[in-house]
Ligand binder design. Structure first.
Ligand code: FES
Ligand code: FE2
Length: 426
């Protein structure tokens, strides 16, 4: 249980709020680069700020204010040129630093004013990495953008999936340090949804342990039938600081849109069989997963959709004055405490947890990987002997509902699964 004040501190993300200022010390992933392929300008709301994302004709990204310096037209209806974004109202042109570099009428009719210093609009740096776009919205100098090891992996098929979640980010992120929910929400509930009878309970959690490391926390667990040599006990899964979750072949981030909305952003990697090497992906697809079914209820058929049901079910902003924590919540308590302590440290002028200032160190940030097959070079036969890989090829994408058929097909082509393509696409 937390006081109302403490709950406020954890959940409010706008500028000037302790958590808002804290999260602004990190590079925040907020989109897939291919989201700009069809239209190079996109409205974005991030950490409570309305912004405009664009990729200009030279390929440079900008993340600037939603509204124009001049008379406040909506820049997400602007159009890109070789250098920057032009407002559609009177044609003022802005570069990625937020400088106004052209005022067409003034520049022609009053050339003597050309080059005069104008105020800048808000602008944040954007970096592209592994098909994702990251923004830094904090004070200069920005820390290094951590290149997590899987972002350097090659010969894999990557896809990025987003979902719009109508609740606060922190209740989503608490789920990243909550091993026991796997047994119930994903195993037992899925079995019930599939009509399995009540005696079919999944392996119970016997013990759980939580440890902090530089880039987050690991949680480790033993379930019935496993022993202490199991990688889920010796290595564990990663609560990735500050807004992520890492499971070996995929990352999930709970990106704060504002106090009451979160963008679920996930990055999935599957290594191709040896027979398909060398494999180079021409473009990393980004797609949006639906969260409502036709009956207006939340979709419950896929893993992250199930998680979303837990998160939104806690209310728009979970009221932690009314919760009743228990033994399985030790990780949640540790994560909250680290945030509180670190918010204080930042307010006192320190860098927050996991900040990397050394460019060399940022080039390959290793994380604990419990999934021993995450980047193994295996033949098709070896891969098909693995139940998880086989299910990936034979069944639907299990993490999110609504995978577009063209993404499914590209995945099967990458895996060399020609028989499956024949079955599904004729
Ligand atoms: S409002 Fe943007 S150029 Fe006038
Ligand atoms: Fe989950």
């Amino acid at each position: 249980m937390l006081s109302e004040e403490k709950n406020r501190q954890l959940t409010r993300v706008g500028p000037g709020e302790p958590m808002g200022d804290y999260l602004r010390r990190y590079w925040i992933p907020f989109a897939g680069a291919t989201e700009l392929d069809a239209n190079p300008v996109k409205p974005v709301r991030l950490l409570g700020e309305d912004l405009t994302l664009y990729r200009d004709k030279s390929g440079k990204y900008g993340l600037v204010d939603r509204q124009c310096l001049h008379r406040r037209a909506d820049l997400s209806y602007g159009f890109v040129e070789s250098t920057g974004l032009r407002c559609n109202y009177h044609g003022w042109l802005f570069d990625a630093d937020g400088s106004c570099i052209e005022r067409p009428f003034d520049d022609v009719a009053y050339p003597q004013t050309k080059g005069g210093k104008l105020p800048c609009i808000k602008a944040y740096p954007v970096r592209e990495l592994a098909g994702l776009l990251f923004a830094y919205m904090g004070p200069a100098p920005a820390p290094e953008l951590p290149v997590y090891e899987p972002f350097n992996w090659t010969n894999g098929f990557v896809q990025i999936v987003t979902a719009d979640i109508p609740c606060n980010w922190f209740q989503c992120q608490e789920n990243s340090c909550d091993p026991v929910h796997f047994e119930w929400m994903h195993d037992n509930w899925s079995a019930r949804l599939a009509g399995k009878d009540e005696s079919a309970y999944a392996a119970r959690h016997l013990k759980a342990s939580f440890e902090e490391f530089e880039h987050g926390f690991t949680y480790r667990r033993i379930r019935e039938g496993a022993n202490e040599a199991d990688p889920l006990w010796t290595i564990g899964r990663v609560t990735l600081w500050p807004i992520g979750f890492y499971l070996g072949q995929h990352f999930e981030w709970r990106v704060p849109v504002d106090d009451e909305n979160t963008l679920s952003l996930a990055w999935f990697f599957v290594r191709v069989p040896v027979e398909q090497e060398p494999y180079s992906q021409a473009s990393i697809p980004t797609w949006k997963s639906p969260i409502h079914g036709p009956d207006g209820r939340w979709i419950s058929t896929h893993v992250i959709n199930q998680d979303i049901i837990a998160w939104v079910g806690q209310g728009r902003i979970s009221d932690r004055t009314k919760e009743y924590l228990s033994a399985s919540d030790r990780g949640v308590i540790m994560v909250r405490k680290r945030f509180f302590d670190d918010m204080e440290a930042v307010a006192a002028g320190h860098d927050p947890k996991g900040t990397i200032r050394d460019p060399e160190a940022a080039k390959c940030v290793k994380l604990p990987i419990a999934d021993v097959n995450a980047n193994q070079r295996l033949t098709k036969e070896q891969l098909m002997a693995n139940p998880y890989f086989r299910a990936r090829v034979r069944d639907d994408f299990r993490w999110h509902a609504g995978q577009p058929p063209e993404v499914r097909r590209a995945f099967l082509e990458a895996m060399g699964a020609s028989e499956q393509i024949e079955i599904e696409f004729g």
